[in-house]
Design a binder for this molecule. Structure first.
Ligand code: MSP
Length: 523
């Protein structure tokens, strides 16, 4: 067995319902995962939920629930979202699962045994209402703490610290030597800027149980639970370890044994961690240092996406300004959602959801663009040639082949928006080809029969290739294209996509609208 391409998403807090931001990240990760599979790689795609810590405990208590029961219910919502969005994830990790907790404990034990975790007193200003320590940055200009913090008193408590500070120079060197470690470049520069100008402190990795009980116990200090970020980051590694991946389990030797019968799937190191811009420091600073200290090879790329707003404003439950991905999918279909979010936004900058923009892309690009092309290509083939593919013609081959090549490159380079732009270049070109060649006129003139064959072949072959190109993005629709073309199997082999694969004499199936035209209501 060889190592698979291992890609992960951030794991979502279960302190509320899934929203557009969660769904967006999962979709772009799925597109990358499917693209790699389609290009012939073995892939493992992991997503999941982050269930410990104060945020989640408070959300549970606010509903009068026990945290575990509350998490079970919310995690099920997030898992349901993976199905709604047609994600191809291979597993779904929950940080409350024993398979995860065991690896967190092992990692803590190893770092402790080698002297990288120590106990020290901490003195600071504590907000009892928000259950958090405040710093000078939280003070008002007059030096006081705002009323939102409630009662604030200075307290001292002992905690456990991870020796992170000594890795600062090493990490700067690592990021300098590995330009692809944080992408896009401007995020990498932010991390380097931060590391070069601010001194890294050791990381407090414990919370006294008296203050917070909802967490993984520190194995060598039973009065404490583990800080939620240490716990959460470890999910990327705990899953491979629990599957018996030798690269993941070797550094834990003596502290951890994979479950009996674990398949030994080789995943580690992760190839891509897909995350949002707000959690770069955790992934590009804390996480590599945790791994380096534990003697674990580092992930290859942290890929950072931007944040969505709705109608130019931050999404917020209190103002009702949210996009509910489940409602959008229920009304418009998973592919319409997937298409819009990937087409609207490259991986990096921030985006803005508008319902009008969503409807406009649906109507122009999906229904009138792609849907219309496939529909009329098949309808004409059936009407004029009884649905039988005519002799091969390469009229569009010279235009299509470089597009396939560029899309492959874009997919490998995480340039998903660019790939869709190129694919729609082809959709538009093919629709224009219909308008220019006017098959309905050719069909009236028997002397033009060969010319009509040529046009119909080029259209139906372009539809086949579009199915292959689009499968990573809109898999359901790509599969419909293939089934309407009566092609066997799924359109999931972009690796060997090349002009001329449609066989003359092949009988196609019936066209069905891919994207039904919609009244201008919703989403
Ligand atoms: N639980 C942590 C991540 C731990 S990863 C080891 C967390 N959870 S979260 O639920 O708050 O966010 C999950 C992901 O969704 C993050 O990558 C975050 O950036 C992303 N998004 C949350 N809101 C978003 C938008 N409005 N837009 C795009 N992505 C957003 O952070």
């Amino acid at each position: 067995m060889s190592k698979r391409f291992y890609i992960t998403t951030a794991i979502d807090y279960v302190n509320g319902q899934p929203h557009l931001g969660h769904a967006y990240e999962k979709v772009i990760t799925d597109v990358i995962a499917r693209a790699r599979r389609s290009l012939g790689q073995e892939v493992f795609f992991l997503t999941g939920t982050d269930e410990h810590g104060q945020k989640v405990e408070r959300a549970a208590r606010a509903e009068g629930r026990e945290p575990q029961a509350y998490c079970d219910e919310l995690a099920a919502r997030f898992q349901a979202l993976t199905l709604k969005l047609n994600l191809s994830n291979d597993d779904f990790i929950r940080t409350t699962q024993p398979r995860h907790r065991a690896v967190v404990a092992a990692l803590l034990n190893k770092l402790h045994a080698q002297g990288d975790i120590y106990k020290a007193p901490y003195r600071g200003w504590y907000s009892w209402k928000e259950e958090t320590f405040l710093t000078d940055k939280d003070r008002e200009p007059d030096g006081t703490f705002a009323p939102q913090w409630g009662e604030v008193t200075e307290i001292e408590e002992e905690n456990w610290y991870f020796r992170m500070s000594r890795f600062q120079d090493w990490l700067i060197g690592h990021i300098e030597a590995n330009p692809g470690f944080v992408r896009p470049d401007y995020r990498r520069n932010e991390v380097l800027g931060f590391l070069r100008t601010q001194k890294l402190d050791d990381l407090c990795i414990s919370r006294p149980k008296a203050r917070l009980s909802w967490g993984i116990p520190i194995p060598f200090a039973p009065d404490y639970v583990n800080y939620v970020w240490f716990d959460a980051l470890t999910n990327y590694f705990s899953l491979p370890a629990s599957l018996g991946d030798p690269v993941a389990t070797a550094p834990l030797a003596g502290f951890y044994a994979a479950p009996e019968g674990a398949p030994g799937t080789e995943l580690w190191p992760a190839d891509v961690h897909v995350i949002g811009k707000d959690i770069v420091k955790f992934h590009a600073v804390y996480w590599p240092i945790m791994l380096q200290a534990a003697g674990v090879p580092l992930p290859r790329t942290v890929l950072v996406h931007g944040w969505w707003q709705k109608d130019g404003a931050k999404m917020s439950k209190t103002t009702g300004n949210v996009v509910d991905p489940i409602a959008v999918v229920d009304e418009w279909g998973a592919d319409a959602f997937r298409y819009y979010v990937v087409r609207e936004l490259a991986i990096g900058p921030d985006g803005n959801w508008t319902d009008a923009g969503f409807r406009a892309r649906y109507a122009a690009e999906l229904a009138n663009g792609l849907g219309n092309l496939v529909n009329r290509s098949l309808s004409m083939l059936r009407r004029y040639r009884g649905g039988i593919v005519p002799a091969r013609s390469d009229a569009l081959a010279a235009e299509v082949t470089p597009i396939i090549e560029s899309v492959r490159r874009d997919l490998l380079d995480f340039e998903l928006q660019s790939a869709l732009q190129r694919i729609w270049g082809l959709v538009n070109r093919a629709n224009q080809y219909v308008d220019h060649t006017a098959p309905f006129k050719l069909a009236k003139d028997p002397a033009q029969a060969a010319r009509l064959d040529e046009v119909l072949y080029n259209l139906v072959e372009t539809c086949r290739l579009l199915g292959l190109l689009l499968w990573p993005f809109i898999p359901g629709s790509a599969e419909k294209i293939f089934s309407q073309l009566a092609l066997p199997g799924a359109p999931n082999r972009l690796a060997d996509a090349a002009w001329g694969g449609m066989n003359p004499g092949h009988p196609v199936g019936e066209p069905q609208p891919l994207f039904p035209r919609r009244e201008a209501t919703g989403p």
